[in-house]
Design a protein around this ligand. Structure first.
Ligand code: ATP
Ligand code: MG
Length: 583
């Protein structure tokens, strides 16, 4: 299988990353693109004179034939290719048949965004309303009357990085829209008031089996993908799964193997709409190189070569991808941020080797991986700060600084939730917070009452894992239902702190928490011992974080030397003069 030669139509950054991945598997690759130094051609030398890269356009039928003659499998890094030429080469008789992935029919449907929408609508995939329009004022005005304003006008073909889009906010803007979109074939989409953009990469085998990568959040700036956060965090625990289901179902409606990028909109009521699908590796899947067990590029190659697919699972807790977009014709700004990135732990720099830098051109990207979302944001912050186009609001929004330890405010990316049934429990829970501060573990602290705020309790517990929490400490007095109810609604470990009340000395609460029925365990610490709850949370997190094991060992050594100091003092001064210090 690995003796097969793969031909890629297009030699940009996606082709470059595909080629780099192919070299690891020793898969031979021939690239079709203009010139000798397209980004993809730079990373993979021609294997032999007969397998030399092809110099020409991926839209030129003659050059597509030339490439097809050299290879066993054709694939694309861009959908704007000549489909007629693909179909023609597929029908040329040859000793071994030529495989084309994705299929020319899929490329044909997807490369015209209007045709793509018709396809998705007819297969029952969720999309917003859309209409065909002619590039004239009357037609667009009629569409605006039907779909409302703002209206998203899009080029049907050859659009990328939002360059084929125009948002018509007022009717008088229509002539400007027509001239901006240069009388290209157009269609109109209903404006989607999304609260988040979500994407899922899906890989499809030759036999039509699909596997999806984790859902991610994408952030666009000036219509260009700016940031991708993996995994998608949400208060709605069902969202990541639903996004994968929508994406998988959509990809199943197409033919041919390979990866597909599915871009979606999330709206306020939790519904998802598909924005568009790319039949190839996608910008929102760059993060998979460092963050997943198999990258989108390797899985694309495995799929088109009919090899077993690799796992799509995340192998790090948190990742972000930042696109390096040209700011001007100079590379100076990009070089500056790369220099910063080289000093950031967990950051991997990818530069595409494009011949010229231009405003709005994708010149590279940086992926950062981290042990937690909070660590990720701390690592991302200096990168955003060194981007000349970042505003202070954007920096604080996407990479908020952690609150100072002891400031009394929750971290926006907590790993531990410290909750209590009543504000009167605060003095008991504060030692837990102090311990988490000491071990630099991001946490949130709030009041959730099982009896007085039951809806809040359900929302809190159900969303805890999807928001990125890894453990919950719950303190409650009296009948103390909080820890048990939280444990029943999350798979995370829950530590209960019995709080001493005024009548039964906390024994009531201790029994309520410790006597959980089989199947729903709550780790229970001693009455009023918030400190031990904090320490137990650190130990739970340490199970997956070696640096925390070391920190906990140091803490235990400190406890030991503290006691050894007391042994020495007791020997020196004798117990009659020894002063007991209460902490
Ligand atoms: N109907 C819509 N309602 C609201 N916003 C939209 C709509 N369609 C597109 N957008 C916004 O414009 C961005 C770019 O749109 P689209 O994906 O259609 O363009 P593109 O040129 O294919 O971009 P890319 O190459 O980055 O995928 C979207 O990510 C979204 O932010
Ligand atoms: Mg898009």
């Amino acid at each position: 299988m690995r003796d097969k030669v793969v031909g890629i139509l297009g030699g940009g950054q996606l082709g470059r990353m595909l080629a780099a991945s192919a070299s690891l598997l020793n898969v031979k690759v021939v690239i079709l693109d203009v010139g000798e130094s397209a980004p993809a051609k730079q990373v993979i030398a021609p294997i032999s004179p007969t397998l030399a890269h092809v110099d020409g356009s991926f839209a030129d039928p003659q050059k597509i034939r030339e490439l097809a003659d050299k290879v066993d499998v054709l694939t694309v890094e861009i959908e704007h290719v000549d489909v007629g030429a693909l179909e023609a080469v597929q029908n040329v008789p040859r000793p071994t048949p030529l495989a084309i992935h994705p299929s020319p029919a899929t490329v044909h449907t997807i490369q015209d965004k209007f045709r793509q929408k018709e396809h998705l609508a007819s297969r029952g995939c969720p999309i917003s309303d859309f209409l065909p329009v002619e590039p004239n004022e009357e037609s667009i005005r009629t569409a605006a009357q039907q779909l409302g304003l703002p209206l998203m006008l899009k080029s049907r073909t050859l659009a990328y990085d939002g360059r084929g889009n125009f948002v018509v906010r007022e009717i008088p803007q229509i002539p400007e829209a027509i001239s901006f979109l240069s009388k290209r074939p157009l269609y109109a989409e209903k404006w989607v008031p999304f609260i988040k953009e979500v994407a899922v990469m899906v890989v499809r085998t030759v036999d039509g089996e699909v596997q999806s990568y984790p859902a991610v959040e994408t952030v666009h700036k000036n219509n260009i993908c700016h940031l991708v956060f993996a995994p998608l965090r949400s208060r709605d625990a069902t969202l990541p799964r639903r996004a994968r289901e929508v994406a998988e179902a959509a990809v199943k409606t197409f033919t041919g193997a390979g990866v597909f990028g599915v871009e979606m909109f999330l709206v306020e009521d939790g519904s998802l709409y598909i924005n568009e699908i790319a039949p190839r590796p996608h910008n929102s899947g760059h993060y998979t190189i460092e963050a997943c067990e198999t990258s989108q590029y390797e899985n694309h190659l495995r799929a088109i070569l009919n090899l077993p697919l690799g796992s799509t699972a995340l192998k790090v807790p948190s990742a972000v991808m930042l696109n390096l977009i040209g700011h001007s014709s100079s590379m100076d700004e990009i070089d500056a941020i790369v220099n910063v990135a080289l000093a950031v732990p967990g950051a991997s720099v990818h530069l595409y080797g494009k011949s010229e830098c231009r405003k709005g051109r994708k010149m590279g990207h940086i992926t950062v991986v981290a042990d937690s979302d909070a660590q990720l944001r701390t690592r991302l912050r200096p990168l955003l700060e060194s981007l000349p186009s970042s505003t202070p609001e954007e920096i604080d929004r996407y990479a908020p600084p952690p609150p100072a330890p002891g400031s009394g405010f929750s971290d926006p990316q907590p790993l531990v939730g410290v909750i209590m049934g009543s504000d009167s429990d605060l003095p008991v829970m504060l030692p837990a917070a102090r311990i988490l501060d000491r071990f630099h573990i991001p946490y949130e602290l709030t009041i959730v009452s099982a009896h007085r705020t039951p809806d809040r309790l359900v929302e809190y517990a159900r969303s805890a894992a999807a928001r990125g929490l890894r453990a919950v400490i719950a303190g409650a007095g009296g009948a103390a239902h909080l820890p048990g109810m939280v444990a029943s609604m999350t798979a995370l470990p829950v530590i209960g702190v019995p709080v001493k009340g005024s009548t039964l000395d906390g024994v009531d609460s201790l029994h309520s928490i410790v006597q959980m029925p089989r199947g729903i365990p709550v780790a229970t610490v001693a009455i009023n011992n918030g400190m031990n709850a904090g320490l137990l949370a650190v130990r739970i997190l340490a199970a997956g974080t070696p640096s925390l094991v070391t920190a906990m060992e140091e803490y235990l050594k400190e406890l030991e030397s503290d006691v050894m100091g007391k042994v020495k003092t007791l020997e020196e001064v004798g117990w009659e003069k020894y002063e007991v210090k209460r902490t």
